[in-house]
Write a protein that binds this ligand. Structure first.
Ligand code: GAP
Length: 438
């Protein structure tokens, strides 16, 4: 049975808190809008998402390298990139009773959606968090927390070309935190003020950008369906209209997911042309052109950029995986997460806390840990309750050590989705699980 989409977000939000995926940040002080902390299973899920992105965008290719640039950067970088002047959203104030602030482009009509009061004229609100570096707070010390990781790749373009044996076409990838002082946050971790991005800038010869753009759109779409197991029917590609393209983009296509609140952007793949290298060249006075070693031709490469937030992928995975079904008159909640993103891949459980079961169960845990992400669970509660807990965190397999194990040296594998059980000799357990995972 598929859960009604309307209350899905609330159910997933509650599960995330109950089961240690996501907590509201600084909750004991009332929390802060658009900021969340990640609990143990959330951390594991995020790490798996990050690793799978890195593996497919960097490690499995020989034309992409990684960097890690600073999160805080001098004003000069953000003036050149156009973010100081243009990274803003139109803000309106409610002049009625609630006095709330809204993003004008997210409103329908000219009244406050909360109290129906009149609204102010829109004004531009810059989304960057501003601070100062050093003890003196003057204009020379102004710095910003990055609103995107991309600029780190552009300002290091020359460094990478000079220090690595890269040749256009090649890409620079980065994962890391970005900050946006969003006017309206919400939909749980969909729109955050502190987010984590995974971006790759792929540098190509001008003229080859459109083909490259199409390649990365298809490549990234396949990653969602084939690598992290998102349902293809809930994904679509949406090219940007002329009036919604970012200031740097010649063309942009979003990979969208059918969220409970409608279609929403998971990832954007933009053709940024030579906008960024050109503007940094002009502002810094440094030559950022690339010289083709074979033809000696000099040019500013064009850039195709797949850009996504880890938090967006995480909420997509959770919503896509959440399911409820009726099992003998009780509701079973199960996260049907893809085995490669699941925080725990195998849970090992002794049937009871009796000493004679703990030794063999620990042995099974140790042997499986070499290959899988394993959790050992000997907490109280009957085995059914422990299976249900693993279902809720999306663990594909449970392995149970029982009293018969002491006689027949075999254990039970219980599969999450079908709940089917299989008796397997301990000696063949690792191979059998490998088979089931492949
Ligand atoms: N470098 C290009 C860039 O930053 P973007 O469309 O503004 O483009 C890229 O952001 C991705 O980052 C989005 O597709 C989304 O996955 C994620 N993202 C952006 N703003 C976000 C926010 N406030 N909260 C969570 N994720 C966000």
């Amino acid at each position: 049975m598929n859960t009604e989409r309307q209350d899905l977000m609330e159910k997933v939000t509650a599960l995330c808190k109950r089961r240690g995926f996501v907590y509201p940040s600084s909750e004991i002080y009332g929390g802060l809008g658009g900021l969340y902390d990640y609990g143990p299973y959330g951390v594991a899920l995020r790490r798996n998402i990050r690793n799978l992105w890195w593996r497919h965008v960097v490690d499995l290719r020989d034309d992409v390298v990684g960097i890690e640039a600073t999160i805080i950067g001098p004003s000069a970088v953000w003036e050149a990139s156009g973010h100081v002047g243009g990274f803003s959203d139109p803000l309106v104030d409610c002049l009625g009773t609630c006095r709330r602030r809204w993003r004008a482009d997210h409103l329908e009509g000219d009244r406050c959606p909360e109290c129906g009061g009149p609204l102010s004229e829109p004004r531009q609100f810059n989304l960057m968090f501003k601070t100062h570096i050093g003890p003196v707070e003057d204009t020379a010390s102004v710095a910003y927390l990055r609103p995107e990781t991309a600029q780190g790749m552009f300002v290091n373009f020359k460094n990478v070309v000079n220090s690595m044996r890269v040749r256009v076409p090649f890409g620079i990838a980065q994962q890391g935190r970005s900050f946006r002082n969003e006017i309206t946050h919400g939909n749980f971790i969909f729109r955050l003020r502190e987010l984590e991005q995974m971006e790759m800038e792929f540098f190509v010869r001008p003229g080859e950008d459109e083909r490259c753009h199409e390649f990365w759109i298809q490549e990234r779409l396949l990653w969602y369906t084939d690598v992290i197991g998102i349902c293809p029917e809930r994904l679509r590609l949406r090219p940007h209209r002329e009036d919604e393209k970012a200031h740097y983009a010649k063309a942009s296509t979003d990979i969208e997911y059918l969220f409970p609140f409608g279609w929403g952007e998971v990832e954007g793949i933009a053709n940024r042309t030579d906008y960024d290298l050109r503007t940094h060249q002009e502002h810094s006075g440094q030559d950022l052109t690339y010289q083709d070693p074979e033809t000696s031709e000099r040019y500013l490469p064009y850039v195709v950029e797949p850009a996504v937030g880890v938090d967006r992928i995480m909420i997509t995975c959770l919503l896509d995986a959440y399911d409820e079904e009726d099992v003998r008159g009780e509701t079973r909640v199960v996260l049907r997460l893809h085995r490669d993103v699941a925080p725990v891949q195998v849970a090992v459980m002794p049937l009871s806390k009796k000493e004679e079961l703990i030794g063999p169960a620990r042995e099974v845990q140790r042997s499986l840990q070499q290959v899988f992400r394993v959790e050992y669970d000997q907490t109280g509660g009957n085995i059914g309750r422990r299976y249900r807990r693993q279902d809720e965190i999306g663990t594909p397999f449970c392995v149970t050590v029982d009293f018969e194990t002491l006689e027949d040296r075999a254990v039970t594998i219980r599969e999450r989705d079908s709940m089917a059980q299989e008796r397997v000799p301990v000696a063949g357990l690792l191979d059998r699980l490998r088979e089931r995972f492949s």
